[in-house]
Design a protein around this ligand. Structure first.
Ligand SMILES: CC(C)(COP(=O)(O)OP(=O)(O)OC[C@H]1O[C@@H](n2cnc3c(N)ncnc32)[C@H](O)[C@@H]1OP(=O)(O)O)[C@@H](O)C(=O)NCCC(=O)NCCS
Length: 136
């Protein structure tokens, strides 16, 4: 996994149960998908429990509608001592269209936790990740 490589983490279809009273898809549902994606990647790198510490710079550029194919990508921005910062991108593919468009983005800071739910060092270091990539 390269630092700035966008990796597809999940893909789903927006359905009526995910809409707000005005018929658009709930922002909270989209944030949930993004949080799960960031958590999935961070938990793998941390090899254990993680918690969301901060969500910043979330921008909703396009509305998401029922029937849109929703894809969530993440890229690692930074690995700190106990935290992993990821940029998360949501793209949509509208019904009948061939290409994906960027719809939502945000930055997630995930903290690795020990058995007492306190921050612990992230085990996976950049140097190790780069070594694995170089060894591919
Ligand atoms: C996650 C938690 C254990 C961190 O505890 P803490 O006392 O803030 O820990 P620290 O101050 O040691 O910071 C831990 C890391 O987060 C980073 N951090 C702390 N506050 C931050 C902020 N406001 N924005 C970005 N990063 C932040 C620190 O820089 C540190 O990273 P580093 O070690 O890589 O430098 C604690 O805040 C917590 O339990 N929060 C609730 C988590 C939760 O319920 N999330 C939602 C469900 S998962």
């Amino acid at each position: 996994m390269n630092r700035k490589e966008r990796v597809l983490v999940s893909r789903t279809i927006a359905v009526p149960a995910d809409t707000n009273p005005w018929g658009d898809i709930f922002g909270g549902w989209i944030l949930s998908l993004m949080d799960i994606a960031a958590g999935t990647v961070a938990a793998r790198l941390a090899r254990g429990s993680i918690a969301t510490k901060a969500i910043t710079d979330v921008i909703f550029d396009l509305p998401i509608f029922v029937g849109d194919e929703v894809s969530v990508y993440s890229e690692i921005e930074k690995i700190g001592n106990t935290s992993i910062t990821l940029n998360v991108f949501v793209t949509i593919k509208r019904k009948g269209e061939d290409s994906e468009q960027d719809a939502v983005r945000g930055t997630f800071v995930m903290v690795a936790l020990n058995e007492h739910r306190r921050p612990r060092p992230v085990r996976e270091k950049w140097s190790e990740i780069q070594e694995k990539c170089d060894g591919k």
